[in-house]
Design a protein. Structure first.
Lengths: 289, 279
């Protein structure tokens, strides 16, 4: 399902003394199957953009296209329920939203809310649990008896069970240990590939953006500051640093090394393996020349 | 001779509803003026340790001594004055309606006279560079700023020890660096003892000493260099190794030789630069 934001503006509490412009002139295309990373400081407008992706917010100017559904400023928009079923959002600390008595009831709540039958919802709950790496034995447990990492997985299973075409992840690994982070990120990546999902990742982690995304959008002060592939974005590091953003560790290392050696490598490398190969090659060649 | 400021002797702890011991026969010392990082995967017992150190829970067996006092229900109020804690979630530890009220809260609890209190609040906020925000409401602050206010709240009580319980894990990179820089300055200036409970291996690499927890037990203890030479073992424990160590390993696989694992990128860059000259 394609999503497209066209010159979107959003003002919180418009036409009141508290009016605040959160985003303006934001245009982003997310063709079906894209893995997009949305990066920016706290307060840059990322979360506001995120809430437009499944029509939780209606733009105050511009248009949001979600599949065939058009959501425009200044008009009443109908059939938002269908949109919300197709675009699943995993909010930050999703485990805070668990509420049911058992894991199973919690997972089937979403799909049943969208009109899926109980037996189908239960079937989906089992599939989703497996996808997040949990066993069926926890279906009858209270979600509140689980560990933090398990709770987060259950919450994610609840979103997957709705059968979304697009999944939006808002800092999905915050607070997890390194192994937990890697497991969750790898899980989303394989779902992205296997189910042909579109994935939109809101993150502070330049490492994750470099590793997983096809496209990166950088937000700054409510506007799109930069768009491009990871290679394009991280080749122009001066700009990122000026915006007060990080660059991936491996890129930062390459820059330090280039400065010390007084010469540049042929391009920016985004993985440790590629960079170490390029540097060793350069060092060895240096001897011969 | 290093002076022990906190000591744990054969400490075990079990939550009421769980069979497994959250901490099992843990013994170690924390020395005055050091920055100790306690690392471990989720559920390794490191947060339980923080709760025991400040008397939010008491051990089922074993003994904890803080600043020379055995920790128990009678000494807990004196010990809490010595040992300030900053928690993970910036939004869960703001109790005041303004920045200065928040910092004053702990002092009011301790019955510090008003004149003294005003002075201490200002002083503490200056130390964390938040003295321009006295009358700000918390929701106007960034996560990093909120955590710095929380640190000021702890500092105002003039503790000897500060515990950071994953205090930077919910912050963005800029906020994280703000908070760590603040604590580093304070430690240098006030000779604080810092206990940092963390997942962030790059932060732990800068500590004086690291304790690795696994399944409620002390798995290893040593300098960052010693700990990070464990390499794959750390990854098996659900942890990670710092970037510069990973990079060194990758270069080794390419046939370059190094004498040690470099814990900072600068060291490794310098080494590569020198090795080029020597080739």
């Amino acid at each position: 399902m394609d999503i497209s934001l066209k010159s979107v503006e959003y003002r919180y509490q418009a036409n009141t003394p508290f009016e605040r412009l959160a985003i303006s002139d934001v245009s982003i295309d997310i063709p079906s199957g894209t893995y997009l990373a949305l990066i920016g400081h706290t307060g840059s407008g990322k979360s506001t953009v995120l809430q437009h992706l499944n029509a939780l917010l209606q733009p105050t100017e511009g248009t949001v296209l979600i599949g065939s559904q058009e959501i425009k400023a200044h008009q009443k928009n109908k059939n938002l329920k269908a949109v919300r079923q197709k675009v699943g959002i995993v909010f930050q600390f999703p485990e805070h939203q668990l509420f049911e008595e058992t894991v199973e009831k919690d997972i089937i709540f979403g799909p049943m809310n969208f009109g899926v039958s109980e037996s189908e919802a239960k079937r989906r709950a089992r599939v989703a649990l497996k996808q997040v790496g949990l066993g069926e034995e926890i279906l009858e447990k209270s979600p509140f008896d689980l560990s933090g990492g398990q709770m987060r997985r259950v919450a994610i299973a609840g979103v997957l069970a709705m059968g979304p075409d697009v999944i939006v992840l808002d800092e999905p690994t915050a607070g997890l240990d390194p192994r937990g982070r890697k497991e969750i990120m790898d899980m989303f990546y394989s779902l992205h590939k296997e189910r042909g999902l579109s994935t939109i990742l809101v993150t502070h982690s330049m490492e994750d953006a470099a590793r997983y995304a096809d496209q990166i959008v950088i937000m700054q002060q409510g506007r799109v500051a930069k768009k491009g592939t990871p290679e394009e974005i991280f080749s122009e590091t001066a700009e990122l640093i000026q915006m007060g953003l990080d660059v991936p560790e491996v890129v930062r290392f390459q820059l330090k090394l280039e400065e010390k050696l007084g010469s540049k490598l042929d391009k920016i490398y985004l993985s440790i393996e590629e960079l170490s190969a390029a540097v060793s090659e350069r060092l060895k060649r240096g001897v011969r020349s | 001779m290093k002076k022990s400021i906190v000591s744990l002797k054969e400490v075990s702890f079990q939550y009421d509803d769980q069979e497994r011991y959250a901490l099992n026969n843990v013994t170690f010392d924390i020395f005055e003026g050091e920055w100790l990082a306690i690392v471990g995967h989720n559920g390794s017992g490191k947060s339980t340790m923080a709760k025991l150190l400040n008397g939010l829970q008491f051990p089922k067996s074993g003994e904890i001594t803080v600043c020379g006092l055995p920790l128990n229900e009678e000494t807990i109020w004196d010990i809490r004055k010595q040992l300030g804690m900053v928690f993970q979630n910036p939004d869960n530890q703001f109790v005041g309606t303004t920045v200065q009220d928040d910092v004053a809260f702990g002092l009011e609890n301790m019955g510090v006279p008003r004149i003294e209190m005003v002075h201490r609040v200002e002083d503490a906020l200056k130390k964390v560079k938040m003295d321009q925000f006295l009358y700000q409401e918390p929701h106007h602050l960034s996560g990093g700023q909120k955590q710095r206010v929380a640190i000021a709240g702890v500092l105002a009580l003039r503790p000897a020890i500060i515990i950071l319980d994953e205090a930077t894990s919910m912050l963005d990179p800029r906020g994280r660096e703000e908070v760590l820089a603040t604590v580093r300055d304070l430690k240098a200036e006030k000779q604080l003892t810092v206990i940092s409970i963390t997942h962030d291996l790059d932060e732990a690499a800068k500590a004086d000493r690291i304790i690795v927890m696994n399944k409620g037990e002390v798995y290893r203890e040593g300098t960052p260099e010693e700990i990070f030479s464990l390499d794959e073992e750390l990854i098996e424990l659900g942890l990670d190794i710092p970037f510069s160590v990973k990079m060194t390993k990758a270069f080794r696989q390419m046939g370059l030789t190094f004498t040690k694992n470099y814990l900072s990128e600068e060291e490794l860059v310098t080494e590569l630069w020198t090795s080029r000259l020597n080739l």
